[in-house]
Design a protein around this ligand. Structure first.
Ligand SMILES: Cc1cc2nc3c(=O)[nH]c(=O)nc-3n(C[C@H](O)[C@H](O)[C@H](O)COP(=O)(O)OP(=O)(O)OC[C@H]3O[C@@H](n4cnc5c(N)ncnc54)[C@H](O)[C@@H]3O)c2cc1C
Length: 453
């Protein structure tokens, strides 16, 4: 039932970040994790308000039973709380680290919201530590075989649910390691890669087969009863100037962290300009600083967002307000000023520099050109849908947004072919990809049951 007065007695305290100077020396976890008593006290702040927007679609695409597991955590029943969390959340160790926590923005306490993300992370990590998280092997197998193409959060969530329903699942992944953008995209300091590998080992122990280094094609998947395409939406938006795409840069950085080698694309000693003021651009800023860049600037076409919610952006919607993320804070620490320059884009690359121009709307303002030092231009200007090669190979017509979204809004493309995650919806969030994968798995299960009759 929660503690009705908890939020008045205990202040919101998030897991603090490690100090900038220390964390810039390595690619290790950004946060310091709080001990049990602090977590229980934070959970006591949930008053079970009766209108839990946190667990509605506004707050949590997975519809996590947030007031219920906060109450159990507050009462010291961590194991029960984790069980409640796992009813809806397939991989809390991912969302507990990288979710922007839409639920906290939808909390009735608004800016004083519960620390749901940190509480979630505490529960799952306690579960791993105490041995409560064990392989859950289905008691009965259905004899049906499903191939899941892509091992990002959508593919993993699809595979996980189908496996629990008793189907034999093979995940086909092009990369050398499983995880999609969880592995090669989101940097190690936000999501340490050992955490991704730990989950893969668990899923393998549960009976899921991973086929890595394999570019899926329909011919190879002919023997499967159903195929789920979960290949992501990593087709980057190109610019009028040549640069290195953010995901390629971040992938090279993670490969270097994992191998201990020098990154193939290295920012060390270079002046870095990142085009794109969003989260991916911020990850590039944090990575370039850790690699020892000479300087880093982040260009954003749009004006700076407001400090407070605008009238057309009321609670419980996600607030479109100014946020200063970890990489930007680190740049302020290192360089003394915010790396972001708003309403500005690149005009042309010059030897050792880049010419920028101010924008009004999307139009350049003549006479506002300026040259910034630049020997590494990173493009983090968003994504325009999924790769056309996979669509062609599987003979799927893409939606106007470049995605595999069936016209009826379902996950069912045709016959035994399904889609899920960013490949279906366009570039989104880990939590949405997980929810989409879980929904796709239920559609596939229904299809297989109908097909089997
Ligand atoms: C740099 C970056 C940082 C991000 N940070 C966050 C964050 O902090 N929080 C958050 O919530 N969201 C974040 N996102 C968004 C989030 O990562 C994605 O929305 C999510 O990963 C999508 O999951 P997915 O499974 O649909 O696709 P992906 O994670 O893109 O996985 C798709 C997988 O399919 C594989 N694949 C594609 N085609 C084939 C084929 N033909 N054969 C075999 N394999 C194939 C790919 O190799 C890839 O591994 C970030 C995105 C980026 C780019």
């Amino acid at each position: 039932m929660g503690k009705p007065t908890g939020f008045m007695e205990v202040a919101r305290v998030e897991n603090p970040y490690r100090d900038e100077a220390a964390r810039l020396r390595d690619f290790e976890d950004l946060h310091v994790h709080q001990p049990t008593q602090a977590r229980r006290a934070q959970a006591s702040r949930c008053m079970n308000c009766g209108v839990p927007f946190c667990q509605s679609d506004f707050g949590c695409p997975l519809n996590n039973l947030i007031p219920e597991w906060n109450d159990l955590l507050y009462r010291g029943k961590e194991r029960e709380a984790l069980a409640r969390l796992l009813q809806t959340a397939p991989f809390p160790e991912f969302t507990g680290r990288v979710c922007p926590a839409l639920c906290e923005k939808a909390c009735n306490l608004e800016s004083d919201a519960l620390t749901n993300r940190d509480n979630e992370l505490y529960l799952i990590e306690t579960g791993f530590e105490k041995g409560w998280v064990q392989p859950r092997i289905p008691r009965r197998r259905t004899g049906r075989r499903v191939a899941v193409v892509g091992s990002g959060p959508a593919g993993l969530a699809t595979a996980d649910r189908l496996n629990r329903l008793g189907h034999a699942v093979t995940v086909v992944e092009r990369a050398d390691r499983a995880g999609g953008l969880l592995m090669y995209g989101i940097p190690n300091m936000k999501l340490p890669k050992r955490i991704v590998d730990r989950r893969m080992s668990l899923m393998e122990a549960e009976g899921i087969h991973f086929l890595l280094n394999t570019d899926a094609s329909p011919d190879d998947l002919r023997d499967f009863d159903a195929v789920a395409l979960c290949g992501g939406a990593k087709q980057p938006r190109a610019l009028n100037v040549e640069g290195i795409f953010a995901v390629d840069y971040l992938t090279a950085a993670t490969r270097a962290v994992l191998s201990g080698n020098t990154p193939v694309i290295d920012a060390r000693g270079r002046h870095v300009v990142v085009v794109g003021g969003g989260d991916t651009g911020n990850d590039c800023v944090g990575t370039a600083l850790r690699q020892g860049c000479a300087s880093v600037i982040q260009l954003e076409m749009m004006p700076a967002p407001p400090i407070e919610r605008a009238a057309g952006n009321p609670w419980p919607e996600w607030p479109r307000t100014l946020r200063t993320d970890y990489g930007q804070k680190e740049a302020i620490h290192r360089q003394g000023s915010d790396p972001r320059i708003y309403e500005t884009t690149v005009k042309q690359l010059l030897p050792g520099g880049v010419e920028t121009v101010k924008l009004k709307g999307f139009d350049p303002i003549p006479g506002t050109e300026r040259v910034l030092p630049c020997d590494l231009l990173l493009i983090a200007a968003g994504f325009v849908g999924c790769e056309t090669a996979t669509a062609k190979r599987f003979d799927v017509k893409l939606s106007p947004r470049g995605c595999m979204m069936p016209e009826d809004g379902s996950h069912h493309l045709r016959a035994n072919l399904f889609s899920a995650g960013d490949m279906r919806t366009g570039q989104s969030l880990v939590v949405r990809a997980l929810a989409d994968g879980r929904a796709a798995a239920l559609e596939i299960d229904r299809y297989l049951k109908g097909d089997a009759q």
